[in-house]
Design a binder for this molecule. Sequence first.
Ligand SMILES: [Zn+2]
Length: 591
Amino acid sequence: MGNTVVTFDRYLLYQELADALHAFKEKYPDLVTLVSVGKSYEGRDIWAVTITNPRTGLPLEKPGMYVDGNIHAGEVTGSMAALHLIDYLLTRYGTDGIVTKLVDSRTFYILPRINPDGAELYLTSPTHLRSSVRPFPDFRKQEDPPGLHAEDFDGNGLILSMRIRDDARGAWKADPEDARLMTERSPLDTAGPFYHIYTEGVLKDAKGEWVEEVLPPFAHVATKYGLDLNRNFPSGFSTQTTGAGPYPLSEPETRCQVEFISQRPNIAGVLLYHTTGGMLFRPHSTIPDKDFAEEDIALYAAIGKLGENATGYPVISCYGDSSSGVLDDWCFDQLGLLAFTPELWDAVGRAAPEMKADYLKSPEKVDRRKLELKLLQWNDRELTGDAFVPWQKVAHPQFGTVEVGGWKSKEYRQNPPRHLLRAECHRMTAFAISYALALPEVHIDEVVVKPLGEHLYSVHAVVSNHGFLSTNITKQAIKHQAVRPDLVRLELPKGTELVNCEHQYEIGHLEGYAAGQKAWLYYVFPPQKGTVRVKWNVRAKNNAAAEELAVCLVSQRGGTKRVTAAIGERGTSYAAPLPDESIGSTAVDTF
Ligand SMILES: [Zn+2]
């Protein structure tokens, strides 16, 4: 393995991924905690990596950045991008100023593979898969309907397309411009050859036996792995949504995610890695932007801009997608977190960048033929033709001679080819790093203890948020009581007492500097409520001089800070050190 734990030039299997995580833990024992947060349907561990410097505070007492990947079986780039973030943080800690600052001041929670069963089946067989491997609906456990079942019958390790010539009834023809592309037959096309197109497969009856009756057309049988884990979350859940499952959080994988997030109230940022499409989805599936708090939309735009800059992928609201039950909706609805669902890898953008914008707006309106021709040209131009398997005559066990061909879609359409994997992961890490930098970050800027005579002292503390985001993150978080107010507490040594004041003050939520960027009429600026001054009076009963008191600032999402000061007859003061200038300002190397 040498010095490198992961090389990012292929997709790791379950055991390889688990080994890599253990290797990271072994190599960076001070920074990494590795736990299994639960078992998948088939009993595989769902691993969670926590990265933070424990010498600068407890994990729960720092703002948390949550990242997971690969909830959809075939979206294995998500796992690799999550691993890339782990690798980036660990290998650069101590030499890269930004990374060092982040690992010291934040806690990263990274779950690279939410759906290990599905990903394993996807990576070790020709099967295409979105689901976990629990059959759904339940009746599919017992029986499969008769029809055409996807199967790699020619044994080349791929499930491609299969075309069967039928000049009388065939609906498809070879495209005149590129014969590899199958195009719709027009009523003006009277002379064949014409074809039926199917997924590569075999005909089976209800008992799973091959059938003899082979007259087309055949009904294609949907996979028995019919769950969609990212429709199984409580927000907007409906059993009418395809694959949603029998009830919210019915699956062990989704329950793990929601429990993990719920048990870590310090989580302040969320990224959920998917493929494919080259865009950054954000909530909400069922609520239009006009019904969001205006401030929350502005924050989504601001963090989204960081994502657009880092990845080159546009932010898109999933409103109108109609199917909810997705995790980013739940994170926003219940917790008021600015969750994003990046759809990594962008074959369309690579092959036909001029068509990308229209494609994102309404894929159904894009000229499919033109786009597929462009994709084939891209395959020839940049992929040495490897991504498309030309149509080849093959003897089918039931149909006689058929032709099999098509895209190697797993590694070219759904996920990047191996030589582009690292770069794809890197751009996502750039977003994660800049998002983590934007999290709230509370500080005790100043503590002053002044003697007032008669063993009486005044204690002043100035606390503030140095982060971009406010400690509540969003209005939604306050509305749903997901975040408690920040508080400042005075801890006194024995022999001292408070005079006419409380130990602890709730100070609301400290605003971040994003709140100071809402210029009114271009020249009037709103006040930024990011700094609070707190005062106590303390009486030392006996001679408590030289004893220490402590000021504590507790912010659920902004961190916990504690500063001690001596109670001295001459007074003492503490001032926070200025930020380290050596950190620099460029977060992530760009390619
Ligand atoms: Zn997905």
